[in-house]
Design a protein around this ligand. Sequence first.
Ligand code: MN
Ligand code: MN
Length: 383
Amino acid sequence: MPVCVLNKKIYSLLVALLLLVACESNTPSYDFPVVETTEAVNITAYSVVCGGAISSSGAKISTKGVCWSVNQNPTIDDTKIQVDNDAVTFSAEIKGLQPATTYHVRAFASNAVGVSYGQEMMFTTSSVPDTDMDNDNMMLGNPTQASESVVCVDNYLMVKDQYALSYNNAKRTMNWTCWHLYSGDIGSTDRQDDFRRDYELPSSWYRVGNRDYEYSTFGFDRGHMCPSADRTKTVADNSATFLMTNMIPQAPNNNQRTWGDLEDACRELVNSGNELYIISGPYGEGGTSAKGFFTKLNSQVVVPSHTWKIVVVLPNGSGDMGRISTTTRVIAVWMPNTQTVSSQPWRYYRTSVDYIESQTGYDFLSNVPVEVQNVIEASVDSL
Ligand code: MN
Ligand code: MN
């Protein structure tokens, strides 16, 4: 094949030429160095790692490093960092950069002849994560626009260090309670068991007391929303969970079994390196204890027909709001407030946030961008 023969001839010629060039470079020369810019990695809001590689030194290399600028074609007259070793490949961490800024970077090397630059690379530092709301019990939003005004008798906002809630003076329970849970909340404080009135309720309102649930008559537990075991760092933290504004009349098999198992599962998620944002509450009227079906207690506390909970799971970290994405795990459950609820494991009661929103009329996760809400509220956890 003539084409092949021709190719072989060209190939041989090229090899000979290369050998000639290689031989020539063995002889001392006084050229500029040849340097390549190799990387811009580990980009943060304030720093980056950049590097270079010297493929031909010419005369002995006297300086090398990287230089950068917000303008094109940075030189050593801009900002630079010098690397002092004999290696032909090198890298350096550039610090003190501005967040969310685009920089131009070039490796450089100099010898007696002069300075050479590698090709230009560009990188953009990340923006600073918004950490203002991190670990705030209400980071995800206020599902009912509850307000701290006493005029809001059925949607009264109470913000405590340990949790926040919307109180409903007509139902004599909360509408919802929300809290953040991470490893820092869990310590060795004993269960305080100091169930008591919440004197932070407006003084003209009925304040549900320790004995108002009359267990021997109605058979409902004083069921925590923010669990005692989620607040064991200090006595004050644990004691706060025993305020009656944190309770609902909960069927014992719901509270102690199915609901309790989900609470345990949440703490297991925390023990395995996650932090959680949790919202829970009662729904409807009429639940069944071992004593029968009741809509209200004598104290006019409404017995809910259902209990619901939403758990947003994030791996431990900071900038929590910005880390919630369409792939964030969200566990939502909707459970009947009955004794038979415990015939199924908690996972059986999983549903979507959208379902709970449609039942309650609340808007959960309202601080999350709507495009993200649309995805994570529609799906049902299956892990
Ligand atoms: Mn409980
Ligand atoms: Mn929502």
